[in-house]
Design a binder for this molecule. Structure first.
Ligand SMILES: NC(=O)c1ccc[n+]([C@@H]2O[C@H](COP(=O)([O-])OP(=O)(O)OC[C@H]3O[C@@H](n4cnc5c(N)ncnc54)[C@H](O)[C@@H]3O)[C@@H](O)[C@H]2O)c1
Ligand SMILES: [Zn+2]
Length: 390
């Protein structure tokens, strides 16, 4: 792209941003924006209550073409499908909706192929747009459909779970699972725009909200002591400062992704704090006993103690992490029925996969400060897992 064209595009983008920000801030006076600065792939994450209605204005102001494919799951579709479609129609754009069954099972090659066919049958062009309306499952699935259909079309994330708002809708990781493992097929494909309407959280089951809080606690622990202290006493969907909390998490993720978009430099690995043992627990329990955030809560507790033993985290701060998990209705103790040997074995597998670069363990030196690439022996890891049933 010549520099004149780039400058013109930047101006166009600026104009478009004014249009949609205007539309959304009239819906939500407390609108917050986090810019993810990835040069040609830069985008805004808009956070506020009641902003879904502005979605159509953004699409109409941009270079998006009809029809707009709204991909959602049946549960979210029943709650928010009509409102989303009306927002698109009101802006004069045609749209159609594709619903898939709720749950991780939809993150599959089969469902992906179904989406590709529906997009082709509806003649969605390269300039068309996919709107991913739902939690992380829909964001990952619809995002990968957008990355792969016609070698890549535009997509917009409309996250409806707390986890998707603070984590999965930002950063461009998309993909599906294989029977052989989670997220084994995918692509980096950044959205054009993220609309996090906090009103959507009103219908989210408390257990799902709590699962999202595990990631929020993670952000505070790795990067923002003040955020950690705020959320440590518990957060609910009704809290006045929820927009600010979501904004802080998104900003932390955005800064990390800006420095390490493709996870080649170790920085993005910081987001994996609590995830090494968390993932092993999910794997050892067949991805059914715990929600992702619940397994991460257990992983955060284990990583806190590993940090005490191996990287100088004061014991009092590990106890603060435990208290924060408890006060956000997250599990602290691993179900005794879970085979701890299997959890350890799942870690061992992980190690083989990661033998190219390490970066497996993220530990804290204090609350708000993390480092990646820490070496931990399996014996010490086993001790941390045992601590979860002590
Ligand atoms: N791409 C990334 O960077 C990234 C990061 C973290 C997690 N993920 C992925 O995210 C997925 C988990 O996402 P999730 O926790 O959002 O799960 P999810 O998408 O399965 O949503 C959880 C449940 O809540 C329901 N739901 C969603 N929004 C609702 C609402 N507003 N009201 C009522 N019910 C609602 C859904 O139908 C579903 O049953 C996993 O597949 C994980 O791998 C991806
Ligand atoms: Zn996670």
């Amino acid at each position: 792209m010549g520099s004149k064209t780039a400058a013109r595009n930047a101006q166009d983008d600026g104009g478009r941003r004014d249009v949609y920000k205007g539309a959304m801030s009239s819906a939500s006076p407390d609108l917050r924006t986090v810019h993810v600065d990835l040069e040609a792939r830069a985008y805004d994450v808009l956070i506020g209550a009641g902003i879904l209605g502005g979605l159509g204005d953004f699409l109409a102001a941009g270079t998006f073409r009809e029809p707009v494919a709204i991909i959602t799951d049946a549960r979210v579709g029943a709650l928010l499908g009509e409102r989303t479609q009306n927002a698109v129609l009101a802006a004069g754009l045609s749209s159609f909706m594709i619903e898939v069954p709720p749950g991780e099972g939809s993150k599959s090659l089969e469902v992906l192929a179904h989406l590709h066919s529906r997009l082709a049958r509806n003649k969605v062009p390269r300039s068309g747009t996919i709107v991913a309306l739902g939690g992380g499952v829909i964001g990952d699935l619809a995002g990968f459909a957008a990355a792969s259909y016609l070698r890549g079309i535009h997509f917009v994330q409309v996250p409806t779970t707390l986890l998707a708002m603070v984590d999965s809708s930002v950063g461009g990781k998309t993909g599906v699972n294989l029977p052989e493992g989670k997220n084994l097929v995918g692509a980096f494909h950044q959205p054009k725009f993220v609309v996090a309407d906090l009103d959507a959280l009103a219908t989210l089951p408390p257990r799902e909200f709590a699962a999202g809080m595990a990631e929020v606690i993670k952000y505070g622990a790795i990067a923002d002591r003040a955020l950690f202290d705020r959320v440590a006493n518990g957060v609910t969907a009704e809290d006045d400062d929820l927009a600010e909390i979501v904004e802080k998490c998104v900003a932390i993720k955005a800064r990390i992704v800006e420095h390490d978009e493709f996870e080649t430099k170790g920085e993005r690995a910081l987001l994996n704090f609590g995830h090494t043992i968390g993932h092993a627990i999910e794997k050892a329990t067949g991805y059914s006993r715990y929600l992702h955030g619940e397994a991460i809560a257990l992983g955060l507790r284990a990583a806190a103690w590993l940090s005490v033993w191996e990287s100088g985290l004061p014991e009092a701060e590990a106890k603060k992490i435990e208290a924060a998990l408890l006060d956000n209705d997250l599990p602290l103790e691993l179900d005794r029925k879970v085979d701890r040997e299997a959890v350890l074995a799942a870690l061992g597998n992980d190690k083989k996969v990661a033998s190219d670069g390490g970066n497996r363990w993220v530990l804290l030196s204090k609350l708000g400060e993390a480092k990646s690439g820490c070496e931990i022996s399996l014996e010490v890891a086993a001790k941390a897992i045992e601590r979860l049933v002590a």
